[in-house]
Design a protein around this ligand. Structure first.
Ligand code: TYD
Ligand code: MG
Length: 478
C-alpha cells in the first residue's frame, strides 16, 4: 500500500515499538506490510533518499510525552470487547471483567494437567463460532506440545466443530539433542498473518523462541525454553493491529521468571477447587481491564470444562451428604499472597482427656490460648499461620463439644483475644469475604466492627454476621 518501496524500507527501519504491525498505519489495509531485515532496510534507506519527514511521521504518537489534559479521547472498552456466549463464556467473562479485549495479551498459568489447554481450546472455539457473515472470526491455536491430531482428538471430545478454528503445531524440530517441541515466534506470525485471525492461542509460551536467538538457543545441549519458574503458561492473544508476543522470548531470556506477568495485560491462574477435585477455579491475578477479585468456577467433565453459575449448590450439596461427619468442622479463610483460600479446621473434643494437646498446622502458642484437651487439625496439611483462623478453631471445638454440626455455608473470619472478644483481621478482609460470596457461602461470622463494611453487590446475597465475642458467636451459630 505504500507509495514507494523506499518508504516501506524506511518504515521498517524505524519500528521503534518493536511490535508486529498487522495493518499499514498509513492506509489501514491489512496484509500490505512487507518484511525486510535490518540490513536490507538500512541499505535501501541509505541507497535512496528517504526524506527525514516521512520517516519521522511514522514515529508513534506515544513516543513523545503528552500532557494529560491534551489526551482528548478515551478508549471505550465496553464497545469493543469480544463477548463469549453461554454459561462457560459467562464464567470466563466474569474473570476477565467482561468480554475479551481485542489486542490484549492474556497469560494463563497453572499446574500441569489442571486444564489450561482445555480451557483455551474451548475459548478459541467460542470466539471462532462468533462468526458473522462479513468478518470471519478465525482463531489460530498454536501448540508446541501436541500434534494437530492430538488437538483434534481433544476438540472431538469437546464437541468443537467450527470451521474457523485453525490448528498449527510444530513438534519435530531437530537440535543437537534430538527432536524437540518448539516454534519460532516469527514463523508463527508469518503463518498466522495471511489468515487474519481474531485471536491467537499459544500453548504453551515456554515452547516458543525468537528466531533471531535460534543460533544461541540451538548451541545449548539442552533445549532452553523460557524460564517461567513454577508457572506453566499458556498465552492467549487477541490481536488487533499489533502483535506483541515477540517481546516474550527475548525479554524472558534476559530477565527473571515473572517478567512475562509484567508485560501482559491479564494474568489468570487456574487451580483445582479446594473441596472437590473435579472443580476448577480461575482467578485473575492481574487485569488491566478489570478487577482482580473475580473468580470463575468450572467443573471438569467428560466433555471439557463447564461453567458453574451457582457454586453454592455445588459446595453446599456436597456437604449435606455427610452432615454427620461435619460436627467439629469449621471453615476459615486465609490469604496466600493476594489470594484468599478456604481451609477446613477439624476439632475433636475427647471427654476426660488430660491436658495434652495434639496440634497439626496450628501455632502452639495460639492454640494454647484457645483450647485444652482437644485434637485439632487443619485439613489438607496447610499450616495455619494467620490469626484470622482463631474463630474457626473455636467454632470447630464448640461444634465437636456440642456434637452439633456447623450449618452448611457458614464461614468464620476473626482473631480472638484473651477475653474471648473478636478482633478485626488485619489484612484483606474484603477479599476473603468476596471469595466466600463467590463460592456461594451463605453466612460469614466476622468481628462486630467489620459487619457493615461490605457493599451489597460484593456480598451476592451472603449474610454478614458481626459478633462481639465468642458467646455471641455460639448463640448465633449453634
Ligand atoms: P489439560 O488441558 O491438558 O491440562 P494442562 O494444559 O493444564 O496441562 O487437561 C488435562 C486434564 O483434563 C487431563 O487429565 C484430562 C482432563 N480432561 C477431562 O477430564 N475432560 C476433557 O474433556 C478433557 C479435554 C480433559
Ligand atoms: Mg497443556
Amino acid at each position: 500500500s505504500s507509495p514507494s518501496e523506499n518508504l516501506t524500507a524506511g518504515r521498517n527501519s524505524i519500528v521503534v515499538l518493536k511490535k508486529w504491525w498487522g495493518t499499514c498505519r498509513e492506509c489501514g489495509e491489512i496484509g500490505t506490510m512487507k518484511r525486510c531485515t535490518t540490513e536490507s532496510a538500512d541499505e535501501k534507506v541509505n541507497g535512496t533518499q528517504v526524506s527525514e519527514n516521512v520517516v519521522r511521521s511514522w514515529l508513534p504518537k506515544e513516543a513523545t510525552p503528552v500532557r494529560l489534559s491534551e489526551v482528548s479521547s478515551r478508549i471505550d472498552e465496553s464497545n469493543w470487547r469480544i463477548s463469549l456466549p453461554g454459561v462457560f463464556g459467562a464464567e470466563v467473562e466474569r474473570v476477565l471483567g467482561g468480554g475479551l479485549v481485542p489486542g490484549s495479551l492474556v497469560l494463563v498459568g497453572g499446574d500441569p494437567g489442571v486444564g489450561k489447554s482445555t480451557l483455551l481450546l474451548q475459548i478459541a472455539a467460542l470466539i471462532a463460532e462468533g462468526n458473522d457473515a462479513d468478518v470471519p472470526a478465525r482463531v489460530i491455536y498454536v501448540s508446541g506440545e501436541e500434534s494437530v491430531e492430538q488437538i483434534a482428538n481433544r476438540a472431538d471430545r469437546l464437541c468443537i466443530r467450527t470451521e474457523e478454528l485453525f490448528l498449527h503445531s510444530n513438534t519435530d524440530i531437530e537440535n543437537n539433542s534430538g527432536t524437540i517441541n518448539s516454534l519460532g515466534i516469527e514463523d508463527i506470525l508469518e503463518q498466522a498473518q495471511p489468515l487474519f485471525p481474531r485471536a491467537l492461542v499459544i500453548d504453551s509460551i515456554q515452547t516458543v523462541y525468537l528466531r533471531s536467538d535460534w543460533k544461541r538457543w540451538r548451541s545449548c545441549a539442552e533445549p532452553r525454553y523460557l524460564d517461567l519458574g513454577h508457572y506453566s503458561v499458556e498465552a492467549f492473544h487477541i490481536p488487533s493491529a499489533n502483535w506483541s508476543i515477540g517481546h516474550v522470548t527475548k525479554s524472558g531470556e534476559i530477565a527473571g521468571p515473572r517478567l512475562l506477568e509484567h508485560i501482559v495485560d491479564v494474568v489468570l491462574y487456574m487451580e483445582v477447587g479446594e473441596k472437590l477435585s473435579s472443580h476448577r477455579l480461575l482467578r485473575s491475578m492481574k487485569n488491566r481491564f478489570g478487577s482482580t477479585d473475580e473468580l470463575g468456577v468450572f467443573k471438569m467433565s467428560e466433555s471439557g470444562l463447564q461453567g458453574v453459575s451457582n457454586p453454592s449448590e455445588m459446595f453446599l450439596g456436597e456437604q449435606h451428604s455427610n452432615s454427620d461427619y461435619l460436627a467439629g468442622l469449621a471453615v476459615a479463610v486465609i490469604m496466600d499472597g493476594s489470594r484468599a483460600f478456604l481451609i477446613e479446621i477439624q476439632a475433636l473434643c475427647v471427654a476426660g482427656s488430660s491436658a495434652v494437646r495434639h496440634l497439626n498446622g496450628v501455632q502452639g502458642s495460639r492454640a494454647d490460648m484457645i483450647i485444652s484437651g482437644i485434637f485439632l487439625n487443619v485439613v489438607s496439611g496447610i499450616s495455619l499461620t494467620e490469626t484470622s483462623g482463631d474463630l474457626a478453631i473455636a467454632a470447630a471445638i464448640c461444634s465437636s463439644f456440642l456434637e452439633f454440626p456447623i450449618p452448611n455455608g457458614v464461614a468464620f473470619i476473626a482473631e480472638i483475644d484473651l477475653s474471648g472478644e473478636l478482633r478485626m483481621v488485619c489484612a484483606s478482609i474484603g477479599k476473603r469475604v468476596n471469595t466466600l460470596a463467590k463460592l456461594g457461602y451463605k453466612k460469614c461470622i466476622v468481628p462486630k466492627p467489620a459487619e457493615k463494611s461490605f457493599p451489597d453487590a460484593q456480598l451476592q446475597g451472603m449474610e454478614i454476621l458481626g459478633c462481639v465475642n465468642l458467646k455471641e458467636m455460639i448463640n448465633t451459630v449453634f
